[in-house]
Ligand binder design. Structure first.
Ligand code: FPP
Ligand code: MG
Length: 433
């Protein structure tokens, strides 16, 4: 496999010009699990035939059924020879990936230069340093890829705004993960445990993050201070634009996405132990920002779907499990190393939980069993979709959301495979410039 062979086989010839170059191929299951094969899922045929869109009554301008948006292209990871660790085979890539990279770069530059981020630090790393480090790395091979493949249907403007909120999520998430909640001051602890708890006169760094940044991202309550820095102006503009597209479309997807982002920042710290897999998954959904991911999906589609629709509850629960577990497998080796070397203070990963709950002898056994668990989730997703088709009770927006969320799951696996973030330089394809 080379950069060229992937390029030639990842899309149709005519879509090659839209490709986000793939320069890494991380085989995180090391050749696959000997006793597992990908389950044949009937949902693949349905995706290929765009049947969910038909059920949604989706037509293109010529009145023909079944068009997805023109903002994305189909990609074929298996045909390209990439390692592929899911039975969901349909995958999409947003065409405006350059907009994502540029927006990410601008936000990181402001985060790196802003004075207020320079004294927000812990364990020797400030937000400014974290941002500068990202700028010094090859940005386009890292987390900037997430929105391109998870939310492929977004138009240019929505894609830009998705890239902006993605920066907040990754920069502030990385920052928070480094905190040792046992060694910070009581003030800080109160802010971590009860994030909404406001302390006046506090010099707490967490309060500062909350006041300077998170408060600006919250749905406008008319109590926002006027921006003091260029960074704050930039944040305010992005938030205003998100409200702007909501107003223009008569939709609330942008506001919901922001609310779900704030919910992610307000999540509680991890428990020291998980009593069972269910207990872990419910925590991990929040920790992996999966409700926010679903909010982004809705925003990318300009959808009015009810994220709490009881008709979708079982399906979306399984989607959340899938996104969490698939990420845990892709990022397992990176996270294990970071934990073992003391770079992060918490291990929040299904592989670790599986090893512990089953008392398995090795981590490699736990990786295999976790992959089996992921495939089990996929089989359940397939069964739930068949049940929903049988019942024929979903509205158009719900069917459209099913189509999009199946691509969130395959996109998540794709990103884990082609980023340099998880596998590192060892998995760089030959022929990379
Ligand atoms: C991060 O997990 C990534 C995912 C769970 C995939 C989908 C989520 C997003 C694109 C948005 C949320 C991102 C974060 C950072 C929660 P992780 O926290 O295990 O980070 P890592 O695996 O990339 O290190
Ligand atoms: Mg992870």
């Amino acid at each position: 496999m080379t950069v060229l062979s992937v390029k030639e086989n990842l899309t149709s010839q005519e879509n090659q010009k839209h490709q986000f170059p793939v320069n890494y191929a991380y085989d995180y299951l090391n050749g696959g699990i000997g006793y597992l094969s990908l389950p044949p899922l009937t949902l693949n045929k349905l995706l290929q035939n765009k049947e969910f869109l038909q059920m949604a009554g989706q037509r293109d301008h010529s009145g023909k059924y079944t068009q997805r948006s023109d903002n994305a292209i189909d990609i074929f990871p298996l045909t390209a020879g990439l390692p592929w660790a899911t039975g969901i085979l349909s995958c999409r890539q947003n065409k405006h990936w350059n907009v994502s990279i540029e927006t990410t770069r601008i936000f990181l530059q402001h985060l790196a230069a802003d004075k207020s981020t320079q004294d927000l630090y812990k364990s020797g790393h400030s937000v400014a340093e974290i941002s500068q480090k990202e700028l010094d790395s090859t940005l386009e091979e890292g987390w900037v890829k997430f929105p391109t493949y998870l939310f492929p249907e977004g138009d240019k403007e929505r894609t830009k705004l998705l890239a902006a909120v993605n920066v907040f999520i990754f920069v502030f998430d990385d920052f928070w993960e480094m905190h040792d909640i046992t060694s910070v001051s009581e003030l800080d602890k109160a802010c971590i445990l009860i994030p909404k708890y406001k302390l006046t006169n506090s010099v707490s760094k967490f309060t500062k993050v909350q006041d300077e940044f998170i408060a600006r991202m919250q749905p406008r309550l008319n109590n926002i201070t006027s921006p003091k820095t260029k960074l704050q102006v930039l944040i305010d503009q992005a938030i205003e634009e998100i409200y702007g597209v909501d107003r223009a479309s008569g939709n609330t997807a942008g506001q919901e996405m922001l609310e779900l982002m704030v919910r992610f920042f307000s999540r509680p710290p991890p428990p020291t132990q998980y009593k069972d897999m269910e207990d872990f998954l419910l925590y991990r959904h929040e920790d992996a920002a999966v409700p926010y991911v679903l909010g982004c999906t809705k925003f990318s589609l300009n959808s009015s779907v009810d994220l709490d629709s009881p008709r979708l509850a079982r399906y979306l629960r399984l989607v959340k499990d899938h996104v969490s577990v698939a990420n845990d497998l892709g990022s397992w080796e990176k996270e294990k190393k970071a934990f073992d070397t003391g770079k992060v203070l918490y291990m929040i990963n299904a592989v670790d939980v599986v090893k512990d709950l089953f008392k398995l002898p090795s981590y490699s056994a736990a990786v295999a069993m976790t992959q089996a668990f992921q495939l089990q989730i996929e089989v359940e997703i397939n069964a739930e979709i068949e049940r929903l088709i049988d019942q024929d009770d979903l509205n158009n927006e719900e069917w459209r959301f099913i189509d999009a969320t199946l691509h969130v799951m395959s996109g998540n696996v794709f990103v884990s495979t082609v980023m340099s973030r998880y596998g590192g330089e060892k998995f760089k394809l030959s022929g990379t410039q």
